[in-house]
Ligand binder design. Sequence first.
Ligand code: NAD
Ligand code: UDP
Ligand code: UDP
Length: 337
Amino acid sequence: MMRKRVLVTGGAGFLGSHLCERLLSTGHDVLCVDNYFTGSKDNILHLLADPRFEVLRHDITFPLYVEVDEIYNLACPASPVYYQYDPVQTTKVSVLGSINMLGLAKRVGARILQASTSEVYGDPTVHPQPEEYRGNVNPLGPRGCYDEGKRCAETLFFDYARQHRVRIRVVRIFNTYGPRLNASDGRVVSNFIVQALRGDDITIYGDGGQTRAFCYVDDLIDGLMAMMGADDDVTGPVNLGNPHEIPVLELAERILALTGSRSRIIRKPLPVDDPTQRCPEISRARQLLKWEPRIDLDEGLRRTIAYFVQKMQGAEPPRASNDDLARAGAAALRGAV
Ligand code: NAD
Ligand code: UDP
Ligand code: UDP
């Protein structure tokens, strides 16, 4: 394997920290760039001792001059609560941030991968969503800053490829979960697990009939790296997600069962423009990347629950492998709930 210098923007976030870890373990040098808006130093503390790991506090809406071989552009708040907190900044991260990272890729000749999203399909009328589907996005609503920002980023990536021959890859990530999800960012998996473990009410928005399909983080990281490693003619977009679709209410019931919690399920209003259905069509990823998810929902949830149990008990950020974590967490859980 050729040792590369890899830049990960948003590297202190949920997906970014797992990616940094995996890249280091594969033997690469990693430069993690993050402004800690939604990410956290805790997520990367265990990597700091590695001399091949470097961290830079920086906001990618401002130019960045470094020398690297590959760029994973993950910087962007990903949960509706955080991306709607400062919507103008959210659009700037996707648009100005992408321009800067593409300018950097162009100058140094790096490959660059964009973490796009299933939100480019909006509230989809085609189901499941193939890459050819052009989407149903409301540009004026509260999700517009994220959805349109990411759509514009895709446009920029394809224009830099056509106009400047930049070697791009675009992946559209569907709901992904796992250890290091930010407990306070309001995403459904972390919300339900934390509520269940605390014995608080489980908050279902709407009637819980809306569907999502949840991919475990390790599978997603495999997909990101397979995409980066693909031939340069594989530009994407490629959907990455787990095609096992379930209603949100069923997710709540599974989490209640796995935690043994006695929390009640309560209803809250459905947020504006909340997509009613979402599920990836992944035949393109299967064919081009030979990739598909391996970890099923119950197994992924067990590992994620184990992480939150440890975190809520005030333990050090987990350094163990996911398997060790699951075992330790399951043991702790039996005493905790
Ligand atoms: P996250 O919020 O945990 O990570 C995003 C990281 O970007 C954070 O560490 C944050 O501090 C950093 N960041 C935000 N603005 C920045 C800026 N201006 N400059 C530098 N750093 C900045 O979210 P995540 O789930 O890890 O998502 C990572 C990427 O994947 C995002 O681009 C997101 O849109 C995309 N994505 C994630 C999912 C998912 O389900 N997790 C789904 C679709 C797309
Ligand atoms: N840029 C950067 N790092 C680099 C090269 C460029 O941050 O190593 C930024 C630069 O500030 C510019 C943007 O990327 O605003 C786009 O660069 P490009 O070369 O495409 O455009 P130009 O400089 O011609 O506007
Ligand atoms: N949701 C919910 N209760 C919560 C958080 C989210 O019912 O406490 C629902 C939300 O309305 C949406 C789905 O779960 O239908 C997924 O929400 P999330 O914010 O995780 O991501 P999205 O896919 O909407 O970007």
